[in-house]
Design a protein around this ligand. Structure first.
Ligand code: FES
Ligand code: FES
Length: 911
């Protein structure tokens, strides 16, 4: 047990009250606040001074609580966001402004942002943009793209409007107040102070065999409560997300396949675990040669990672139509290129975290996630229990972007709770999170495209390899989805696209906004520019000429007779395209070393699973007191599902969003709305919400015998319906309540109509696509190789903007991630495993973004809406790379375009 720093408590003022915790040597202020004083509004994203999530004020000055020794606050005033929100009018006004601009998405960075902003606003009530960027520059956000935070702090006019919240209204996030007041609870905020914790022991090598020694003896000597190894897994010691590809062990047995793979877990009190050096755990490691890249993995002599996956090829995907070889043979011009990209880390600010306990013989797991029912199914498999013995209750999720679709902490929590019978918690360190979570697949793509004299596409031959790492995760989805999308949203009659996932001894690659489509779009959109140039055509007009349209088959032979909005997106950029190019021409004439360029690129994305069942169910009910309840199980990871789905439901029912009480995801009480993935929630769960709202409304209308267009008014204990015949009242207290307490209830589900793909990839993979086109203006310092984005204009066809403010928020956040992928983000296993060495965009990196919303309604979408979550990132990187080419004349084939790469490429181009 740790000895306290002194025999007496250390007094200081916390949010205007006296606090006097006992301090221990080396304690960080963040730990004392969160664990000693229950101040869990102070968030931990890195514990290393890199993310700013833990920012608090000491004597009015913002500091990182994770870097501040706790004893330094003795006798001083400490303020956290909860205290500021409650006591400081500046913070209260700022909170309102955050709500009015949608400046908090997942909300995990919001405490740090608001605390830093309050410090600024106390000194400078009307700051400039530069002052905001400077004051908040140390706080990272992975969701918003920062622009709305800047607007909120500067007090720009409100975007949100106070209305009933019907479809199309820019209402505030319905869960926004919990985020700006920091009362929302994330994965590491749930557990009671003092409960047992878990330390996962991981492989220090990319590939090794190991032997576990006397772990029980070690546990006893160290004062641990229990240990876990593969022997404790009573079900199957493997999990995964795609049926047939459940290949990742909870605990490796004999051999590890990537650095950071789990082999054992120690369970004990926090201070007992802190005293343990993982190297002292009795495990003998023998490092083996690792397959670090796809070339090594596909070598005939390479060791095979998984039985039955010859040459380490996990699986392949294929789409073809027409005769691509013949078309390329008759093409007037052909361009070709090989494009490579590396790992990209999700870098959500909330590391994976959760809590578990056994309640009445059932194990309950509370953790951040994008897919609670998939977690339940995974736990069923691993624990060997019936699903009725497991409950999954998601916490708020501080960003996911795909990686929190896979289980992370859940099996360890459940196994530990079951083994000890006690409450346990687990929060990954930042390094642990970056080592073992999934990544965007590195890609190696070769592509040939032809065009005829008039500029029509004439042959397209795509071949992509994707490094899927040690385990399958979502690799099969990438291999299947890429060939369907590699054409981009264009008319390509003669097409072949092949993709494969290759196993290496790298961390598993999984889902990350776009599932491989952003990598494919880089190759296709860059070569489209080169093709247009070779033809002497304008790059935008070349795209418009070849754009898909209603009635034109996709490369899968799917013909949409409505809802194809890519031309409208491209045409929306036409004015800016001309104007910006004229602007950079004038700029470049005045500048020698610094050159500007303008680039465009398009993207499309099929919403939902590819040719697979993909249902969502939404339940609702009305209580006798008149409360309207919506069981909304679509995980809101910051994108706004809670708000959007409620808007759709309220519109269908004929109520106001403020009248709806939300019950969130919980596998005991809320039906399965599927995973938050593949841009499906607005479309699929939105349709289920619409159907549920309509069903509930129909019941009310029928009971009151009023017309379909009757206006409903919900009040305490009754519903009034008014139509041309007058008003009628339904007395809810006269109705019998069911076991859930509902006097009226409905539950509806929706599954998009798709058709399987045949052996040539022909079929109906998705019921709808969304479309996008981005324009980027960049500045390149040709002497240094630095690239600075100056402006983005993004046109998105969303069918129907359910909430335009949230659409804009998604666009900003996606562009920020696409910018990171294009210019700076480079995950290298063993080297960039923290937020200091792995750089993500900060305030100063994101220029102004203009969002153009196109509404080409889709017949399948709820009120015409289409998905958006993945689309927002797909065109960004190629638009930037095309802008770099326009500025410098040099095409980059390997990303990211970090200064050393740009500089070397420019140098090579002149020698
Ligand atoms: S948690 Fe303190 S800076 Fe990241
Ligand atoms: S809202 Fe900033 S990290 Fe999610």
């Amino acid at each position: 047990m740790n000895k306290a720093l002194s025999d007496t408590p250390t007094p200081f003022r916390l949010n205007g009250r006296e606090a006097a915790p006992m301090l221990f040597p080396g304690q960080r202020l963040s730990e004392v606040l969160r664990e000693g004083l229950g101040q869990r509004d102070v968030k931990i994203g890195c514990d290393a001074g890199d993310c700013g999530a833990c920012t608090v004020l000491i004597e009015g000055e913002p500091v990182c609580a994770c870097l501040t020794p706790a004893h330094q606050v003795a006798g001083r005033e400490v303020e956290t966001v909860q205290g500021l929100h409650a006591n400081d009018p500046v913070a209260a006004k700022l909170a309102q402004s955050f709500l009015d601009h949608g400046a908090a998405q997942c909300g995990i960075c919001t405490p740090g942002m608001m605390v830093s902003a309050v410090a600024l606003l106390r000194d400078v009530p009307e700051p400039t943009e530069a002052q905001v960027q400077d004051a908040l520059g140390g706080v990272l956000c992975r969701c918003t793209g920062y622009r709305k935070i800047i607007d909120a702090v500067m007090g720009a006019p409100s975007v949100a409007i106070a209305t009933a919240g019907k479809v199309g209204d820019a209402v505030q996030h319905l869960d926004g107040i919990e985020k700006v007041s920091a009362t929302v609870k994330y994965g590491d905020d749930i557990a009671p102070v003092g409960c047992l914790e878990i330390l996962v022991i991981r492989s220090p090598h990319a590939r090794a065999v190991f032997e576990i020694g006397d772990l029980e003896g070690f546990a006893q000597a160290a004062g641990l409560d229990a240990v876990l190894t593969a022997e404790d897994v009573k079900g199957q010691n493997n999990f995964g997300v795609i049926p047939g590809f459940e290949d990742q062990p909870v605990f490796a047995e004999r051999e590890t396949r990537f650095r950071g793979e789990a082999v054992a877990a120690l369970i004990g009190a926090r201070d007992v675990l802190r005293a343990i050096d993982p190297e002292m755990v009795p495990i003998t490691w023998t490092e083996l040669p690792a397959l670090q890249d796809m070339d090594a993995a596909e070598d005939q002599k390479a060791d095979q990672l998984h039985h039955g996956r010859e040459n380490n090829v996990m699986c392949t995907g294929f789409v073809t139509c027409g005769d691509p070889n013949a078309a390329l043979g008759r093409a007037h011009v052909i361009v070709e290129g090989r494009f490579e990209s590396g790992f990209v880390e999700h870098a959500y600010i909330e590391p994976e975290a959760g809590f578990a306990e056994v309640v009445n013989g059932r194990v309950e797991v509370h953790a951040c996630t994008q897919a609670p029912v998939m977690d339940l199914e995974g736990l069923e498999r691993v624990l060997g229990l019936d699903r009725s013995d497991i409950r999954v209750v998601p916490t708020a999720t501080g960003g996911g972007f795909g990686s929190k679709l896979d289980m992370s902490v859940q099996p360890y929590l459940a196994l530990a709770a079951l083994k000890t019978g006690k409450r346990v918690r687990l929060c990954y360190t930042r390094t642990e999170s970056m080592q073992c979570s999934t990544k965007r697949h590195p890609s190696d793509i070769t592509l040939r495209i032809g065009a005829d004299k008039t500029g029509n596409l004439c042959g397209f031959d795509f071949c992509g390899r994707f490094d899927t790492g040690a385990y399958a995760s979502w690799g099969p989805t990438v291999a299947n989805r890429v060939p369907v999308h590699a054409s981009g949203p264009y008319r390509v009659a003669d097409y072949i696209a092949q993709a494969k996932g290759v196993h290496t001894n790298n961390p598993p690659s999984g889902a990350f906004r776009g599932f491989g489509v952003p990598q494919a779009a880089i190759a296709q959109e860059c070569l489209f520019d080169d093709l247009a140039e070779k033809l002497g055509m304008d790059a935008l007009e070349f795209r418009v000429l070849n754009a898909l349209d209603n009635g034109v088959p996709t490369v899968c032979g799917q013909v949409f007779d409505q809802g194809v909005g890519i031309k409208a997106c491209l045409e929306a950029l036409r004015f800016a395209w001309t104007e910006e190019r004229a602007g950079v021409e004038a700029f470049n004439a005045q500048n020698d070393a610094v050159k500007r360029g303008v680039g465009i690129a398009s993207g499309w994305y099929g919403c939902g699973n590819t040719s697979l069942p993909n249902p969502s169910a939404i339940k609702c009910g009305i209580r006798a007191d008149g409360t309207v309840v919506l069981h909304q199980g679509a995980m809101d990871i910051g994108q706004g599902a809670n708000t959007v789905i409620t808007q759709i439901f309220a519109t269908a029912l004929g109520a106001e969003v403020g009248q709806i009480t939300l019950v969130g995801a919980d596998t005991d009480v809320t039906p399965d709305a599927g995973k938050t993935s593949a841009s499906r929630q607005t479309f699929v769960s939105g349709n289920a919400a619409r159907l549920s709202g309509e069903a509930l409304r129909a019941m009310i209308l029928e009971r009151l015998n009023v017309a379909e267009d009757a206006a409903l008014e919900f009040s305490a204990g009754e519903i009034q319906a008014t139509d041309a015949g007058g008003a009628r009242v339904l007395d809810l207290s006269a109705l019998e309540a069911d076991s859930d307490g509902y006097v009226l209830r409905a539950e509806e589900s929706y599954d998009p109509p798709t058709k399987p793909l045949d052996k040539n990839g022909q079929g109906h993979p998705y019921a709808q696509f969304g479309y996008a086109a981005h324009l980027a203006v960049v500045e390149v310092d040709t002497a240094l190789g630095t690239v600075t984005p100056v402006k983005f204009i993004a046109a998105h066809d969303v069918g129907q903007a359910i909430n335009p403010m949230l659409v804009e928020g998604q666009v900003h956040g996606g562009i920020a991630q696409g910018l990171g992928m294009a210019l700076m983000e480079e995950y290298i296993p063993g080297r960039t495993e923290n937020l200091h060495d792995y750089l993500i965009p900060t305030f100063g990196d994101i220029p102004p973004i203009e969002t153009i919303i196109i509404e080409e309604a889709d017949a399948h979408g709820p009120y015409g809406a289409k998905g958006l979550g993945e689309h927002v990132l797909i065109p960004t990187a190629p638009a930037i790379l095309n802008a770099i080419k326009h500025a410098t004349g040099v095409r980059l084939f390997k990303g990211p375009a970090i200064p050393s790469v740009v500089h070397a490429t420019l140098k090579k181009s002149v020698t």
